[in-house]
Design a protein around this ligand. Sequence first.
Ligand SMILES: N[C@@H](CCC(=O)N[C@@H](CS)C(=O)NCC(=O)O)C(=O)O
Length: 93
Amino acid sequence: MTLFTGAALASGADQHPRDDASMLLYDHPLSSYSQKVKIALREKGLPFESVLPEDFGTAQRGTAFTASNPRGEVPVLLVDRQTPIFDSTVILE
Ligand SMILES: N[C@@H](CCC(=O)N[C@@H](CS)C(=O)NCC(=O)O)C(=O)O
């Protein structure tokens, strides 16, 4: 079992980029909502690319990230890299 410390999470050590994956996950390494989605995807063996949106936490709008979730929150799962599902509970469904 691998444990991740806060420092490791902050450094992005918990991210496993898979640029061949059909699913893209907008997330933040310190987001517990993102963490539970990543745990579920890994448990199911579903490959995904993890991306920290550059505009996360800013007031910027009109970007790919905010277009995927008008709330500007992570996580957002882009199925086939285009169809957004946001809210961790909905993603887990
Ligand atoms: N109900 C949402 C909550 C997501 C959420 O609050 N995410 C936080 C990070 S842990 C966030 O994106 N905050 C940025 C903001 O509120 O602007 C879910 O379960 O996905």
